[in-house]
Every structure is written in C-alpha cells, then in structure tokens.
Design a protein around this ligand. Structure first.
Ligand SMILES: [Fe+2]
Length: 189
C-alpha cells in the first residue's frame, strides 16, 4: 500500500525526514487496524453521522481517507491565505501539513469491523478515544511536538489547552469537515 498514492498531500511536505515519519505513522496505523486498501473505502470518517451510510450499501459517503485529505487541503489553503496576509513565516507549513495528515491517525485503530461488515468503535475507542490512541501509536517516530499536539489536542480534549496556531488551524479545519456536514446529512434524513 503506497501512502503517497492514498494521501498525495504527503508530497507537499518539503522536509523528507518528516515525510518519512508521516508515512511510517500512517502505515503503522493502517496495518495495526488490520485494514487493506479496499477496507479503507469502507471506513466512515465518523460514527456520529448515521446518514453517511445508507441502507445495505455499507460504503460511507465520506470516508476517513477523504476526510483527512480534505482537512489537510483546507490547512494548506489556510496557510496560503495567511501568506497573503504576510504571516506565512509565522507558521510551520510542513508541520501544519503533517498535523493535518496525522490528526486522526488514531481512528484507524479506534474502529473495527463487526461480523456483518459494519464499522464499530472498539471499547478502547470509547474509553480513551482516538486522540490519545493516536499519540500512543506513533510515539516511536519522534514526531515534532506540534504534530503530536495536533494528534492529541485537535479534538475536544484540547479545548482547555492553549493550542499552537497551526494546531488551532487543524482543529478548525477538522470542525469544518464535521459540523456542517453533520447538519447537512442529519437534515436530509
Ligand atoms: Fe478529523
């Protein structure tokens, strides 16, 4: 499984060592979750929007891979706007992109397939949640502190923590790729 084919945004990271760490982290998460390439098309980005899956067709309308890519693309677009405002050098573009790509790395081990092929949350996912599971999973790759903060505090866990500016961007792009989508699907059901 070629991570750069699944997540082409990896190529946007200029630092090759950081690219390699991102690839290794994603590979480890997908392997540990026991997913093959076809499975990746079956993992919804959240279990909190029932409308993502319709009837007997278990393929979700928005997968975890599509969500991660959309969040990362929004982070890159946000960086570009900040650059237009003269603030490009205040942000670490590489680490912003790495954080976007890895913020939900824990989701690959938070979910599993039940006997009917439906994706469900593991007990560990309920008790610890994907941010902590993700941080624990990638410890060996010694990712920059910004990327580690993005993994563990992109979600509500970070609401009382002063997030770094790049992590604040990731958090908001993540929310943009969730809350309005939930409204859209919930209201059409
Ligand atoms: Fe996310």
């Amino acid at each position: 499984m070629k991570m750069k084919n699944i997540f082409p945004e990896i190529n946007e990271i200029a630092d090759e060592r950081l690219q390699e760490k991102v690839i290794k982290s994603l590979e480890k998460a997908i392997a540990k979750g026991g997913w093959n390439e076809e499975d990746l098309q079956m993992i919804p980005f959240t279990l909190l929007i029932p409308g993502l899956i319709e009837g007997d067709n278990l393929a979700p309308k928005i997968t975890i891979v599509e969500h991660i890519r959309a969040v990362t693309q929004m982070c890159i677009a946000t960086y570009d706007r900040y650059e237009n405002l003269g603030l490009g050098d205040k942000l670490n573009r590489d680490e912003l992109i790495a954080g976007g790509l890895l913020h939900d790395v824990g989701k690959f081990i938070e979910y599993e397939k039940d006997e009917s092929g439906r994706i469900i949350q593991k007990i560990e996912g309920k008790l610890i949640r994907h941010p902590a599971m993700g941080l624990e999973l990638v410890y060996e790759f010694e990712l920059p502190i910004l990327v580690r903060q993005a993994i563990v505090f992109h979600s509500k866990e970070g609401d009382t923590i002063p997030r770094l500016p790049e992590v604040e961007i990731i958090h908001r792009c993540d929310f943009l790729c969730y809350a309005p989508i939930k409204q859209i699907f919930d209201s059409s059901n």
